[in-house]
Design a protein around this ligand. Structure first.
Ligand SMILES: Cc1ncc(Cn2c(C)c(CCOP(=O)(O)OP(=O)(O)O)sc2=O)c(N)n1
Ligand SMILES: Nc1ncnc2c1ncn2[C@@H]1O[C@H](COP(=O)(O)OP(=O)(O)O)[C@@H](O)[C@H]1O
Ligand SMILES: [Mg+2]
Length: 569
């Protein structure tokens, strides 16, 4: 009778696990601890992959990019208060980049928090999370778990995807209820990211603007990559004959060596185009807000495809707003173009092609230089070839010079293969991103890291070794942030703000956990080590020695730094 009675009950732990599994969520990224340690163990026992990190920020970054790669919410699991706070940077990062992620955090009991009686790791977490994410919910009763998880999933993936916070006070996990009622309370979300069809008149208006263009340009953003409408997007570009500019994480939607790619002629096309069609890209700081000298003096008309209606007119007037999901909008445009679409004037496309070829030719010799220590171009020339030979590999990239040079030098050939710092330009996303890329895709990962950027999340090399992931990290060691030549202006010998221990050996960190460490000072040594790592699939860290004078402050965006106009006394 006792066993039967037990049989008839379920509890919060199991209801949360059952709800996640019912909605095809099979991976959790997190750091264990009170009050979610047992939850992690039980989730593992029920077949959910639980990947444990050394810091919640990296677990969160993993969950964020998992959302981007799979169109399902990446799950980050944190302990209360400090663990919750550590995850928030990634939750805000996911929301900024429009990637679906749910941060599930244990939290303190309301009756203690609301009277501020000093609970273990007490914090009013829901209130703190709300401004940083797309939606935030708390569940207090076991019978609400099914609906709560369903709400969080739908909020994360529907419309403009984003980060969702789900607050679970400790007592919820232990609450018991009738097992049959528990099963009935669970919700399998139907059509969580519904297609949003564009209005026919909006399609007609957009085609009209496009037809009138003499110098059209398409800009593909990471929203276009996320949409997984790869064939439709390729068909639109190739059928229209319009040159395109891929934003960083949209590289590879079409191969970067595609005849219509204007990537190597970015300045020319932004200045000269008369009609610009944005597809899943925002006219934010990355595109100088659609105005100023970068966009030339010619009047421009913008067409914008976006699932978020409020994005229209955010920076400049949009002549043809096309609100809907990218797959539906691009398909409708293709249908509306009919069979006799007028391709752009040859004068425009030829001019771009010539500029692209000229810029590639100018860069080529620099990529062949065999200097030792290497400069950015010599090292990146090697990695460019590796990705060309291994198009299925995933490239993770962060840093300043290391990011800016790699973005323009390393061509991508397939969608969703380049994973970088995204809209903010946040440092520290590398290791979490590399871990989730390996876990979610099984493909080998090449993480090209500035030495400062690597330092933010470098302790996860232990996580990479523990799960034996096919991640090859190349640390561009130029002895500092941007470069290694800064000095302390006060004249004292202590290190300046942007330099590190000279000639540090990051490769020894990987060896500390059983991975492969390599010290590379020349392109040949780098090439051999990377290919060996990609072939073996063994966790590898290559300390690539880069000339410390080779960089520039803040890479390409130094102009964003405020300058002091007051002469020093
Ligand atoms: C979280 C965070 N902290 C600090 C920064 C500021 N920052 C920092 C600290 C960068 C590191 C650049 O140094 P690196 O060694 O990674 O790359 P290079 O030396 O190749 O330029 S790039 C950059 O914008 C940031 N973007 N994000
Ligand atoms: N499935 C989708 N359909 C339409 N728009 C989308 C979809 N997913 C994301 N978006 C939009 O894509 C845009 C991505 O812009 P952004 O992150 O600035 O890209 P990038 O930095 O590459 O220019 C966001 O405005 C977002 O609303
Ligand atoms: Mg550096």
């Amino acid at each position: 009778a006792e066993a039967d009675a037990q049989q008839a009950l379920t509890d919060g732990f199991h209801l949360i696990i059952d709800a996640l599994k019912l909605n095809d969520i099979n991976t959790i990224y997190g750091v264990p601890g009170i009050p979610i340690t047992d939850f992690g163990r039980m989730a593992q026992a029920e077949g959910i992959r639980v990947i444990s990190f050394r810091h919640e920020q990296n677990a969160g970054n993993a969950a964020a990019i998992a959302g981007y790669l799979t169109q399902k919410p990446g799950i980050c699991l944190t302990v209360s208060a400090p663990g919750f706070l550590n995850g928030l940077t990634a939750l805000a990062h996911a929301t900024t980049n429009c990637w679906p992620m749910i941060q599930i955090s244990g939290s303190s009991e309301r009756e203690i928090v609301d009277l501020q009686q000093g609970d273990y790791e007490e914090m009013d977490q829901l209130a703190i999370a709300k401004p940083l994410c797309k939606a935030a919910y708390r569940i207090l009763h076991a019978e609400d778990i099914g609906i709560g998880i369903a709400r969080a999933i739908r909020a994360a993936v529907s419309g403009r995807p984003g980060g969702v916070y789900l607050d679970l006070p400790a007592k919820l996990f232990g609450q018991v209820m009738d097992a049959a009622a528990g099963t009935r309370s669970l919700v399998k979300v139907i059509d969580p990211a519904p297609k949003q069809l564009p209005a026919p008149d909006a399609i007609a208006r957009a085609l009209n603007v496009l037809k009138g263009a003499k110098k059209p340009l398409i800009i593909l953003g990471k929203g276009a990559s996320y949409a997984q409408a790869d064939d439709e997007i390729r068909a639109l570009v190739e059928k229209s004959g319009i040159p395109y500019l891929p934003m960083s994480m949209a590289k590879g939607l079409l191969p970067d060596n595609h005849p219509q790619s204007a990537g190597a002629a970015r300045s020319l096309v932004l200045k000269e185009a008369d009609v610009v069609m944005m597809i899943g890209a925002r006219l934010n700081w990355l595109l100088s807000h659609g105005k100023g000298k970068q966009w030339g003096s010619e009047p421009k008309k913008f067409i914008q495809i976006d699932i978020e209606p409020k994005e229209m007119d955010s920076n400049v007037e949009i002549a043809a707003p096309l609100v809907g999901d990218i797959g539906s909008c691009v398909s409708a445009l293709l249908d509306g173009m009919g069979g006799d679409w007028q391709r752009p004037p040859a004068g425009w496309t030829d001019m771009i092609r010539e500029k692209v070829e000229a810029n590639i030719a100018k860069m080529a010799p620099r990529l062949m230089n065999n200097n030792s220590p290497m400069d950015f171009h010599g090292a990146l020339g090697v990695l460019k070839t590796v990705i060309k030979e291994r198009p299925d590999a995933i490239l993770v990239n962060e840093g300043a010079n290391t990011l800016d040079f790699a973005r323009s030098i390393i061509d991508m050939y397939k969608p969703r293969k380049r994973l970088d710092v995204g809209t903010w330009g946040v440092m520290g996303v590398g290791m979490g991103t590399a871990i989730a890329a390996a876990i979610e895709t099984g493909h080998p990962v090449l993480a090209v890291e500035g030495d400062s950027a690597f330092g933010f999340s470098g302790m996860e090399v232990e996580t990479i070794c523990r799960y034996n992931l096919p991640v090859c990290i190349v640390v561009f060691n130029n002895n500092g942030i941007y470069r290694g030549t800064d000095v302390n202006p006060s004249g004292s010998s202590d290190a300046a703000t942007t330099v590190f221990v000279k000639d540090a050996r990051y490769d020894k960190m990987m060896e500390a956990f059983g991975g492969v460490g390599v010290y590379a000072t020349s392109p040949d040594e780098l090439r051999r080590a990377v290919n060996e790592a990609m072939d073996s699939g063994k966790p590898t860290l290559i300390n690539a020695v880069i000339d410390e004078k080779a960089g520039t402050e803040s890479g390409r965006i130094g102009n964003l730094n405020p300058q002091s106009v007051v002469a020093k006394k």
